[in-house]
Design a protein around this ligand. Sequence first.
Ligand code: SF4
Ligand code: SF4
Length: 190
Amino acid sequence: MHTVNLSDVAVADRELAQTIAQRANVNLRDCYQCGKCAAGCPMADDMDLSPQQIMRALQMGLTEKALSATGPWLCAQCMVCSTRCPQNIDITKIMREVRRESHARGHRCIPESNAFETQFLKGVKADGRNNEQYLAAFYNLRSGHLAQDMLSAPKMLAKGMVGIGKHSVKDRDAVRKIYEKCLEKDGEQK
Ligand code: SF4
Ligand code: SF4
């Protein structure tokens, strides 16, 4: 077991952990490490740090450990952890805020996840919805997985599951306003 000397933990790291928790409206002290969040998480097996471990890292002020973990980048925001937590901790929000901070600090713990999210949001902003064929094509370019799903494309085209043309929602401006409002609320760049 790895031993941590808590007196060596930098004050700035502790403060950042508190800031992240505040953004998620969570009191880190509420977590008593029961593990119910991690036990129900559908992604936990693939994460290096589970939601429970992310909470522990923040509690201890090991913020960099949380920020460089793949866990928050694999989180599907399904909210199972939050609904299972006996302390009503919104751990889904914690995962989101850790990921946001990680992103802001230039970490790209799962580059594919970042590539997909960036392209998905671009599609929503431009057309009010996503066009799967463009999402897949630009994702492949951004992620470097150039040939991913290429063999499925002809079959999907033949079955009409995807098309060549682009579709937009009727009121793109309304969706764009909602999109920008969300970014404004999150304090992010448009
Ligand atoms: S379920 Fe809640 S109390 Fe239990 S480890 Fe997870 S966050 Fe902590
Ligand atoms: S919201 Fe994220 S951390 Fe929580 S259960 Fe779902 S995938 Fe796991």
